[in-house]
Design a protein around this ligand. Sequence first.
Ligand SMILES: Cc1cc2nc3c(=O)[nH]c(=O)nc-3n(C[C@H](O)[C@H](O)[C@H](O)COP(=O)(O)OP(=O)(O)OC[C@H]3O[C@@H](n4cnc5c(N)ncnc54)[C@H](O)[C@@H]3O)c2cc1C
Length: 492
Amino acid sequence: MSYNKITKEIVNKLENIVGKEYVSDKVPMRYAYVSKGIMGLESLPAEAIVRPKNKEEIREILMLANENKIPVTPVAGGLSGGFASPLIEPSGILLDLSRMDQILEIDTDARYMVVEPGVRSGTVWAYFRKNYPDWAPPVPDGAPPAATVMGDALERGFSMVTGRYGPQADMILGTEVVVPTGEILYTGSWALPGAKPFYKWGIGPDIGGLFLGAQGTMGVITKAAVKIVPHPHYKTVVVYGMDNPYDMQDATLEVSKYEMGIADHCVMVQGGNYPIAMARWPEDKVPTDFSFWKEMGFTEWWMNFEVWAHSQEEMDFVTGRINEIMKDYEAKTGHSLPEQKLHPKQIASRLKKPNKIAIPYSLWNAGFLFITWYTPWKDCAEFAEIYNEKMVEYGFPPVMWIASIDHCRQAICMPIVCYDATKPGDIDKVQQLNRETTEIFMEKGWVEYRPDPYVHAPMMYSRAKTYHEILKKIRAIWDPNYIMHPGRLAIP
Ligand SMILES: Cc1cc2nc3c(=O)[nH]c(=O)nc-3n(C[C@H](O)[C@H](O)[C@H](O)COP(=O)(O)OP(=O)(O)OC[C@H]3O[C@@H](n4cnc5c(N)ncnc54)[C@H](O)[C@@H]3O)c2cc1C
């Protein structure tokens, strides 16, 4: 595919669509968007930033871009890690959707909310706390409050209730999508004019899934119906320690198989290893030897169970059963899984949403990259072992975070690669580590959460050839010139 550059004439046309103040081709503005995508190693500045207010404007922009073969990259909060920045040159239009920031509807009977793409996690969380305290929007647990609910759902991310409800994409009941040919498409039961978005499988074979995990390549989602969940007021976090990842994996699975009535209360089940704590400080300011952390009461591995319940009795029952299951595991294996009693302040900070727990990784060495994979839960310890060994081999601290998806049906495994962007060769080392581990994991059948265009997508789709070919054909129906976020998902 070849694309065209944005001319002055195109800028004028864009200004006519959205208004002069909402188009910018100024250098500082274009670079400001790149600097926001802190984890996007390959991000490029767009040629023009365009900020539409509604779907009609988006429709006109996409049709103009399609006619003129200009790439378009949609961005909601722009915090998915640089993955909402252009990747090829000419880089085209960055479609900043932050002006579309309305919470359009909340239905506490069918239990969904309808949001525009610019609705931020912090805003929607505060809105529910104030107006619907018995309900919670599924915001991403660790993402900055400026990230959006829509961005997270489109990415198939993990929310604060993922342990119970599955990946964030499972929370989507319907979408409104504008595509480059100018059509406006509705998915789920919304496809039937006049219907409410109450049923995600819609009016026939479901095409909604094509827009989830699409990384901006399939069209622009202008609104989405997202499930909301009960927000009971009895909450706590219980933690168990382990000295190896296999006990973490197996004991957590034991708890999670008690889906009904026990693990259903565990909204967020997440853990990892002691470098998670260590790498939240600058490298030269903290001891890296485990003995220091052990003295402070750390175990090498641990698992947190965040429990939500409707009463103290229900909460005591659930935490009591988790404790019994852990004790049974200890008796069965002879391994020790000490309960780590948290200070009330630690519990309160863990329960604060959206928490900002992930941001301090930048302190270790000024750069960090989440390289996230999905594995069957039963493979997550092996994943951690391989990745940690490789991180040490490449000179990075072995920081590993693992969370349960849908009662440990899957694991989301997230090595956090802390590197120094100012050190010559460090970025190449990150890429080499990424490439080497991806080769290993493809063989094992594990799946990248958000395949990057240089390493994961080409490796993955060169194996899944038929799937990729069909994906391209389907996309060409409504994006014949492949203008949507080219380069992503190895398309074109
Ligand atoms: C410190 C930190 C912590 C994080 N913690 C978490 C976490 O706990 N859980 C988690 O899941 N994620 C986490 N993330 C990743 C990310 O922030 C979230 O997934 C976030 O919600 C993404 O939303 P966004 O608005 O930033 O998306 P964006 O970056 O704007 O977009 C995400 C992708 O979707 C596309 N896109 C955006 N809007 C549209 C649209 N309307 N139509 C079509 N395509 C679109 C973009 O092109 C891009 O490819 C974290 C990131 C950081 C930096």
